[in-house]
Design a protein. Structure first.
Length: 266
């Protein structure tokens, strides 16, 4: 799908994306809140209610109807901030891997299946962007909700030190295998447009990470040949991300630190 004019919408038999009005350089067009519902059911699952903006929560309500449960892909505020408030609107729970973000007694872990009115959502642990990152497979639509593990446009930040590159690479490889084994064709991401070629997107992500690792390794070697910089990670960013808008260098530095930590152990 083209990313031109991305504003959410309905996808497959079960998915509706309600785009939050929180666009910026880190969130792209804004946070994608996903409403999942079997077409023969009145009850829905809401994934990542996003920021605590009343107009956005009202827009979710218009799409969601009777909300059975709120799920979180991970704890970052642009996905989780409104979760408790929104769940309390509907008298339901919030299920998340991190206990601090739950409402009610039910958590959310690898292998769980959330079943609501004919809909099944299968939970897959995909740490790396954050330690608590999860993805959700919707077999009915051969789709996977990836949160920030795979974005609809560009690539994601491995948010060092909570995020770990080794875990992230393993998660990408796991998603690739899962898509192949289960015939998953579509990515419903946490930001940006829907991706209709899941395997192609994952191939690109894996190749991009290998390329970045090579670039970071080369930059570190170059810097080691001269006077030691005051901040090695920042110096690497200025080499590897020289063609990137400096407004993004702070985020890039998180990924560089994750890459340097990974390289130090391999």
């Amino acid at each position: 799908m083209s990313d031109e004019g991305w504003s959410g919408g309905s996808f497959g038999a079960t998915g509706t994306c309600v785009l939050a009005p929180n666009a910026d350089v880190m969130t792209l067009d804004g946070t994608n809140t996903w409403v999942l519902r079997d077409p023969d059911s009145a009850r829905s699952v809401v994934v990542d209610p996003g920021p605590a903006i009343t107009a956005h929560l009202d827009a979710i309500d218009a799409a969601a109807g009777d909300v059975a449960v709120v799920l979180l892909t991970h704890h970052h505020a642009d996905h989780s901030e409104a979760a408790r408030e929104y769940a309390e609107r509907h008298g339901c729970g919030v299920r998340a891997l991190d206990p601090r973000y739950r409402l009610g007694s039910e958590g959310l872990v690898e292998g769980d299946v959330v079943a609501v009115g004919g809909l099944e959502v299968h939970v897959v642990a995909t740490p790396g962007h954050t330690s608590d990152s999860l993805s959700f497979v919707v077999p009915q639509d051969r789709a996977v909700l990836t949160g920030d593990t795979v974005l609809g446009r560009g690539t994601t930040v491995v948010a060092h030190p909570d995020g770990q590159l080794g875990a992230y690479l393993s998660s990408l490889q796991r998603l690739h295998a899962l898509c192949g084994e289960q015939g998953i064709t579509t990515v419903w991401p946490g930001h940006g447009p829907v991706i209709d070629d899941a395997l192609g997107a994952l191939d690109f992500y894996l190749a991009h990470r290998r390329q970045r690792l090579d670039q970071v390794r080369s930059a570190v070697a170059t810097l080691a040949a001269g006077p030691p910089p005051d901040d090695l990670a920042r110096a690497v960013v200025e080499i590897v991300y020289a063609d990137v808008d400096p407004v993004l260098w702070g985020a890039a530095e998180l990924s560089v630190r994750a890459q340097m930590a990974y390289l130090s152990t391999t």
